[in-house]
Write a protein that binds this ligand. Structure first.
Ligand code: FES
Length: 319
C-alpha cells in the first residue's frame, strides 16, 4: 500500500509519530493489537514498526519511530526525509505478538520505544473491560512517548509509570509489579523494549508462570550464536517436487532456494518479522529467529528460512 502521511508529531526526545491514511480516505485493512507493518523509508530501507493507535480505528495506522544513532537509513530517513503529505510504501499488518484472549489478566511491561505495541494492546484491553496493567519504564518523562495519553482518563488508571529506575533496582521493581497481579501466576506477561530489559522481565515473570503465559516482541535482532564448530551444510528437500538442494555453511536457506528459482518473501532478514516462515515436514530445524514462540519452535513444523538452519542432515520443506 502507498499511504499518505497525514500527521507527524514529536512524542518525546527523538521519538516521532506518523499517522498514515489511505490517499482516498478508504478504510485500512484491520489489525489486532501487537501487529506491526513494514515501512519503506525514502532512503529505501524497510523496517518493521508496531502499530500503536487504536486497533478499532480503521481510518489510520499510527507508528512511532525512535531515531537510532546507529540507524542504517530506516529511522534516520523517516525523521529527516518525510513530511506531512508525503507517501510511504507500507506492508499489510502482521502479528507475532498477540494478546491471549483466554488470559484472566494481562500485565504489559514496556521500556522506551517498546511502548508502541503495548499502547495498541491497552486500547483494546480498556475497551473490552479486561483486567490489565501497563507498566511503563523510561529514563524520565521527557523520554516517555505517549505519556500524557497513557496518563489520561482514557486508560482509567491502568497505567503505572516507572521513571529513572536504576539497573540494580529493576529486578525488585519488576517483582513488585508482578506481585500486584490479582490473578498471580495466571496473569499473562507481555514485554517489549531493549533486549536487556526484556530479559529481566522474562526472568522475573518465569518464576511461577508457564512459558506460554509470557509473550515478547523484538525490535532488533540479537545475534544467535552458531553451534560450537560453526555452521554445517545440510540438504533441503522440497516435498512437492522431490528436489534436493544443498545449503552450504555461510549461505542462507532463502538464498539457496532463490537460486533454485523458489523465491520466499523476506523483509527483515534478521529473524524478526516472520515473513519468510515456511512449513517443515521432517527434520529438526536449528531455530535462530526471534519471531517463533518457544512452543512453535519445539513443534519443529515451521522454520524461518532467512536465519535458521538445520540440526538434521536433511530438512524436508512443504514446498
Ligand atoms: S525475513 Fe523477517 S524473519 Fe525472515
Amino acid at each position: 500500500m502507498n499511504l499518505t502521511v497525514a500527521n507527524i508529531r514529536d512524542e518525546a526526545d527523538g521519538i516521532r509519530s506518523f499517522r498514515l491514511v489511505d490517499p482516498d480516505g478508504a478504510a485500512l485493512p484491520p489489525y489486532e493489537p501487537g501487529a506491526h507493518i513494514d515501512v519503506t523509508a525514502p532512503g529505501g530501507v524497510t523496517r518493521q514498526y508496531s502499530l500503536c493507535g487504536s486497533p478499532d480505528d480503521d481510518s489510520a495506522y499510527l507508528i512511532a519511530v525512535k531515531r537510532e544513532p546507529a540507524s542504517r537509513g530506516g529511522s534516520a530517513s523517516l525523521h529527516a526525509d518525510v513530511s506531512e503529505g508525503d507517501q510511504l510504501a507500507v506492508g499489510a499488518p502482521r502479528n507475532l505478538f498477540a494478546l491471549d484472549p483466554a488470559a484472566p489478566e494481562h500485565l504489559l511491561f514496556g521500556a522506551g520505544i517498546g511502548i508502541t505495541p503495548l499502547l495498541s494492546m491497552a486500547y483494546r484491553l480498556q475497551r473490552s473491560g479486561s483486567r490489565y496493567t501497563l507498566h511503563y519504564f523510561a529514563r524520565s518523562p521527557d523520554t516517555a512517548a505517549f505519556a500524557d495519553l497513557l496518563a489520561s482518563d482514557r486508560f482509567a488508571g491502568n497505567v503505572r509509570f516507572h521513571y529513572g529506575v536504576a539497573p540494580d533496582a529493576l529486578d525488585r521493581a519488576l517483582r513488585a509489579c508482578l506481585a500486584q497481579a490479582a490473578c498471580g501466576g495466571a496473569a499473562h506477561v507481555y514485554t517489549c523494549g531493549p533486549a536487556p530489559f526484556m530479559q529481566r522481565v522474562l526472568a522475573a515473570a518465569a518464576e511461577g508462570r508457564a512459558d506460554d503465559a509470557i509473550h515478547l516482541e523484538h525490535f532488533a535482532a540479537e545475534p544467535v550464536a552458531a553451534p560450537a564448530g560453526g555452521d554445517q551444510s545440510f540438504d533441503v528437500v522440497l516435498a512437492q517436487s522431490g528436489r534436493v538442494l544443498s545449503v552450504p555453511a555461510g549461505m542462507a536457506m532463502v538464498d539457496v532456494l532463490a537460486q533454485a528459482g523458489i523465491v520466499i518473501d523476506t523483509s527483515c532478514r534478521e529473524g524478526i518479522c516472520g515473513t519468510c516462515v515456511v512449513p517443515v515436514l521432517e527434520g529438526e530445524p536449528d531455530h535462530r529467529d526471534h519471531c517463533l514462540s518457544r512452543k512453535e519452535k519445539a513443534a519443529n513444523d515451521q522454520v524461518c528460512a532467512c536465519v535458521s538452519r538445520s540440526r538434521s542432515a536433511r530438512l524436508v520443506l512443504d514446498l
